[in-house]
Design a protein around this ligand. Structure first.
Ligand SMILES: NC(=O)c1ccc[n+]([C@@H]2O[C@H](COP(=O)([O-])OP(=O)(O)OC[C@H]3O[C@@H](n4cnc5c(N)ncnc54)[C@H](O)[C@@H]3O)[C@@H](O)[C@H]2O)c1
Ligand SMILES: [Zn+2]
Length: 372
């Protein structure tokens, strides 16, 4: 998709997972479809229980009305924002609400919010009465391009993120670009890091499209964003449909930049750096490592750096952070095999491979250099 086109129709992205297949619908502004009808055509329940992030409440009334029009009785609960909501105690509070509402196995759970709301609601949907249908309405750029595809749900434990969870595919995903209008700038730009990631790992022409559309992306042009989000969903759906449960290793390519990023997030203190910011600096460290190995030319490292910088994303870690601490964190990363450092590295623009033979010296050098 080097020449980006702006279809006026709704965009439908299929996620092909056999009998767990579902569709992501990205309606256009004047769509004939409504979220209520979209839900109704996939779920016969009388009750819809909406779990909404407080940050996304501006989008709650239209959702409720649409579900009501589709014949649902609608009940809502509002979550305080933040990663802290992804907890077993919060899941238990939602189970209690479902009991009070006399929810049955057809009751539709609806997540309105970012990845936190989606992961928590999905986890509750997966586990209450051994599984309820669940509709996702992601309202952050990151959740639109990442957590809405693939069915990973979960909560955190005090000793680590996403340690309890399961795969539970939604019945559908509804992505309304209008919800992005209220998203804070820093959150929006953080989501763009994951967008750039898809270009780097799977699609060189898409990367080039991003390079030529920086002003439109910064302006949150809805037509452009619909295409960009759809392409990211398609790319992730392709990976997920071939490796739903991270068994073949293919799904690991989505972790490009993430081994570094998880260490950066941890040393910065959770919350100090947004996930996408850490991913940006992490991808840049991974690209430098690939350059030092002779896997790619400097031109690719610089193009990635320029694009990240154009969106105000960091391309360097904070040099005050201790390298040894970060290496220890990387070794204990749940994606590391028995302490062995494993990295997804670019071998050309749009192509990455897993390397399990990376040395501590290489990692240290990749984190030491500044800029591109
Ligand atoms: N399941 C997966 O495959 C997967 C993939 C990636 C990330 N995740 C998870 O997603 C979470 C991060 O998701 P996130 O970045 O969306 O963060 P988030 O859900 O915490 O949302 C970020 C912030 O944006 C606010 N917000 C959400 N939508 C808004 C809107 N439309 N307008 C204004 N404010 C809004 C929220 O209140 C919050 O303060 C992490 O817990 C991560 O583990 C899961
Ligand atoms: Zn990520």
């Amino acid at each position: 998709m080097s020449a980006i086109s702006f279809p006026h129709d709704d965009i439908l992205v299929p996620v092909k997972l056999g009998d767990r297949s579902y569709q992501i619908l990205i309606p256009n502004d004047s769509s004939q479809q409504s979220v209520g009808a979209f839900a109704r055509s996939r779920n016969p329940s009388g009750l819809a229980f909406v779990v909404a992030d407080r940050g996304a409440t501006a989008h709650l009334e239209p959702l409720k009305n649409s579900l009501l029009q589709a014949g649902y009785r609608v009940e809502c609960t509002i979550l305080a924002p933040g990663e802290g909501q992804k907890s077993l105690s919060q899941a238990a509070a939602l189970y209690e609400k479902l009991l009070d509402l006399k929810a049955d196995r057809k009751t539709l759970l609806v997540a309105l919010g970012g990845g936190v709301t989606g992961d928590l609601t999905g986890f509750v949907a997966a586990t209450y009465l051994r599984g309820l249908p669940f509709l996702m309405i992601p309202t952050t750029l990151l959740s639109m391009v990442d957590s809405s595809v693939g069915g990973k749900t979960g909560v955190n434990l005090s000793r680590g993120k996403n340690l309890v969870g399961c795969f539970h595919q939604p019945i559908g995903v509804w992505i309304d670009m209008k919800t992005l209008a209220t998203l804070p700038d820093r959150e929006y730009r953080s989501g763009l890091a994951e967008v750039i990631k898809y270009g780097m790992i799977m699609d060189a022409p898409f990367f080039a499209t991003l390079e030529t559309n920086v002003p439109g992306l910064l302006a949150r042009d809805p037509g452009l964003l619909r295409m960009v989000v759809a392409r990211c969903c398609e790319l992730k759906a392709d990976v997920v449909s071939k490796d739903e449960r991270e068994e073949t290793g293919l799904r690991a390519i989505l972790n490009y930049g993430h081994t570094f990023a998880h260490a950066f997030e941890a040393v910065a203190g959770y919350g100090a750096w947004l996930h996408g910011e850490a991913v940006a600096a992490g991808m840049q460290a991974a690209a430098r490592l690939a350059l030092a190995r002779g896997l790619i030319a400097n031109d690719i490292v610089e193009r990635q750096s320029r694009l990240l910088s154009a969106f105000g994303l960091p391309v360097d870690r904070d040099q005050k952070w201790h390298v040894d601490t970060m290496i220890d964190i990387m070794r204990s990363d749940k994606k590391a095999a028995a302490g062995q450092l494993r990295f997804i590295l670019p071998v050309s623009l749009g192509v990455v491979r897993l390397f399990a033979d990376v040395t501590v010296d290489e990692v240290t050098a990749a984190m030491a250099k500044k800029g591109s």
